[in-house]
Ligand binder design. Structure first.
Ligand code: COA
Length: 704
């Protein structure tokens, strides 16, 4: 199974793969050197050595210090070069001006994995100094994490090469964080919740190793089952687009507000693109986006569950309110609750007091004790008709949550973890203990209903992603004639194509057009209209000098026949000449009037990710609700279908209240527009009108 899509804009750099391989030296070294290890307990270099020693790392440990003979009982060396034998990995924690020298020693010693803890590089504007480290590391095939990182923890190797907390709960989640402080604090939180981690990696400034390299490394690491990333921004968007996703990746991306994006940019020195573009990128790569930390960790823990074998979910609860709330969340997120009242009554009636409810949610009520839960959970786990399970519990004085948790664990283990289950426990200290027990037994448990439901939904999303066929995505090619037309305009020194030129180019690429034509005189207009059987017609002035055509009387709609057309032509010329006396009038664009749902299709260049295609519903939907989504070029037809399906008002396209859309021709437009993406700056098809018979680019504009 794989959510991987191959893109021809591809991973050409061979050294990127070498870097990924060399990450093994960082996470699974036989020998670790800590350059800048200190004997002063308050210092970073002391804390890192202490963590390496305390965590029981099995390989050789070499503290490097100019003066000390030994630190924490480990003999020291004055330089990396003095160490006898090979060194796989070096942690560098010396002041910034000394880092480059140490990196050179790493190269001399053939050290292939390094983590630079030291701050004082691009995050304070020292971009050149950081680039020098990166260039040197590239030249010597050294994988470099940081600088400005708190290090990492990798539990399968008992390696804590960080100055964060000493202990984390071992598990299967790899947590990669662009914020060091946040990673440190969440290490403590995961310990408390008993959420198991395989790795915690602080990315720092990402001079070299970034999200792509780590995802691809963990793809092949059997100790990791899910990758959770806290991200503020991406440094190299095109490179990120080549990331191969083979395991669930959950992303918490901050900076979704304008101010948040600015804060993120100043925090890490990376540019933060538009939030909608980031969502597009994650969707396209098959990564899942979470909104909060708890939601992200919730989703990550649920990924350890077996894949659901169908859609029908059952909720078991002892509280009506919390059950309703979970029902709402299921509906909002698109999780399907099992609806079969007769069957549910037959199966679950015996599990609850008389006043309980067998409608889904199954409400065993506050009067239903631990045994009610045990029975109900047993039935839900053993009945094939039920494909996934949400268990909710509100703490009461009559039922001990710890006992409920233990019963769930026993029942789940008895059926050999056969289907996904998520649990929410709301209450005090005992409920918290119950959550810990569940998490320790790899049953995802949370304090919030929303997190449990969205976690389960993520598992369904991952299932969908992992079943996507592996398809090669080709870079779209522009037809020669279309390129010629664009280049001719460029040679003229113009920055935009006139409407009829835009239409010609787009039509050559395959964008569906209504009947259209161009005319310089009234007689010619009539001839074109008659020949193409175009009535009723929209007529627009064509002039290089006029941008806002309606403002000067340059748009007339609904022209019904030849007589009308002749009169309107004359009228338009006269009005426009009066309103824009200096404009050079080239003629008129004629376009058949079409009815249907107004959509908008556009192409723009994102500074980080390159050409991005936008689709949404036009009119009020785009202006007020900003109901549009994006995909990064190149993408294939399946991706275009997903783009269209992402629109909030998609019901209108599905034929709501007699409306209807011609999806094939919308997809065709989205595929066609990609062909010119490398050759122009911006394309705007607004509106693309779609009805049951087809879609039509009613207005088109290309900027070069
Ligand atoms: N080889 C070996 N050891 C060296 C050395 C070298 N070339 N140069 C210096 N050292 C030793 C020092 O003697 C010192 O050991 P000592 O305490 O026994 O004397 C130790 O390395 C550390 O050097 P020092 O000059 O005391 O620096 P420091 O500990 O005050 O600061 C950093 C070093 C890296 C911690 C600091 O520069 C820094 O960047 N701090 C911020 C780290 C951070 O926040 N990262 C991001 C987290 S998200």
């Amino acid at each position: 199974m794989s959510g991987e899509a191959c893109c021809e804009c591809g991973d050409s750099a061979v050294d990127a793969r070498v870097k990924v391989q060399n990450l093994k030296k960082i996470f699974n070294p036989k020998t670790v050197a800590i350059v800048g290890a200190s004997s002063e307990p308050g210092k970073v270099g002391y804390q890192i050595l202490n963590n390496v020693v305390q965590n029981g790392f099995k390989g050789k440990i070499y503290p490097i210090n100019k003066k000390a003979k030994e630190i924490l009982g480990v003999p020291c060396f004055t330089s990396l070069l003095d160490i006898p034998g090979d060194v796989d990995f070096a942690v560098i924690a010396v002041p910034a001006p000394l880092v480059e020298g140490v990196l050179k020693e790493c190269a001399q010693k053939n050290v292939k994995g390094t983590v630079i803890i030291t701050s004082g590089f691009s995050e304070i504007g020292k971009v050149k100094e950081e680039q020098a480290l990166k260039d040197f590391a590239d030249k010597n095939d050294i994988a470099l994490l940081g600088p400005n990182t708190f290090g990492f923890v990798y539990t399968p190797a008992n390696l804590n090469a960080s100055f964060g907390p000493t202990n984390v709960t071992p598990g299967k989640i790899a947590f990669v964080s662009q914020s060091g402080a946040l990673a440190i604090s969440l290490m403590g939180w995961t310990m408390m919740e008993k959420i198991g981690l395989a790795a915690v990696v602080s990315l720092g400034n990402k001079a070299d190793i970034g999200e792509k390299e780590l995802i691809e490394y963990f793809n092949d690491d059997p100790n990791v089952s899910v990758i959770l990333i806290y991200m503020e921004g991406i440094k190299d968007g095109r490179k990120f687009m080549t990331t191969k996703v083979r395991k669930p990746v959950v992303i918490l991306k901050s900076g979704s507000s304008q101010r948040g994006a600015q804060a993120a940019a100043s925090h890490t020195g990376s540019l933060s693109g538009s939030d909608k573009i980031y969502s597009a990128v994650f969707n396209q790569l098959g990564m899942m986006r979470a909104k909060t930390f708890t939601q992200a960790f919730g989703a990550a823990t649920v990924m350890s569950m077996p894949m659901p074998q169908g859609d029908e979910t059952v909720i078991i609860t002892n509280g009506g309110g919390i059950g309703v709330s979970a029902t709402d969340e299921c509906e909002n997120s698109g999780l399907k609750l099992l609806e079969d009242p007769v069957w549910l009554e037959e199966k679950f009636r015996s599990t609850m007091p008389e006043f309980g409810s067998t409608k889904n949610p199954i409400d065993v009520t506050g009067g239903g004790g631990c045994e009610s839960y045990r029975k109900a959970v047993h039935i839900a786990l053993t009945e094939d008709k039920i494909k996934s399970l949400i268990v909710l519990y509100c703490e009461t004085a009559v039922t001990d949550p710890v006992q409920v948790a233990k019963a769930i664990v026993e029942e789940y283990n008895a059926v050999k973890r056969n289907k996904p289950i998520v649990v929410t426990m709301v209450g005090g200290e005992r409920s918290r203990q119950a959550i810990q027990i569940l998490n320790e037994n790899q049953i995802p448990a949370m304090t919030e209903v929303r997190e449990a439901v969205s976690g389960l939904k993520s598992l369904y999303t991952w299932k969908e992603i992992s079943l996507r066929p592996k398809e090669k995505v080709k870079n779209p090619e522009i037809p020669a004639k279309a390129l010629e037309l664009i280049e001719a305009v460029r040679r003229e020194g113009r920055t935009f194509l006139l409407e009829h030129e835009s239409r010609q180019v787009l039509e050559l690429c395959g964008v569906p057009m209504p009947k259209w034509g161009f005319a310089t005189t009234a007689d010619e207009a009539v001839k074109v209209a008659e020949e193409k059987k175009m009535y009723p017609i929209a007529m627009k002035i064509a002039s290089v000098d006029i941008i806002h055509k309606s403002d000067v009387g340059g748009v007339i709609l609904n022209i019904k026949n030849a007589e009308d057309l002749k009169a309107r032509f004359a009228q338009m010329m006269e009005t426009v000449k009066k309103n824009a006396p200096k404009a050079d009038l080239l003629g008129v664009n004629l376009c058949q009037m079409v009815d249907g749902v107004q959509c908008i299709v556009g192409m723009n260049k994102d500074p980080q990710f390159g050409p991005a295609v936008m689709f949404g519903l036009g009119g009020i939907f785009v202006e007020v609700l900003k109901d549009v989504s994006f995909r990064i070029v190149p993408f294939n037809e399946s991706e275009a279908h997903r783009l269209v399906g992402e629109i909030k008002a998609k019901k209108l396209l599905d034929g709501y209240r007699g409306q209807g859309a011609h999806k094939e021709s919308i997809i065709k437009t989205l595929m066609a527009i990609q062909k010119i993406s490398q050759h122009v700056k911006e394309v705007d098809i607004n509106p693309l009108i779609t009805n049951k018979d087809g879609s039509y680019a009613v207005d088109a504009r290309i900027i070069i």
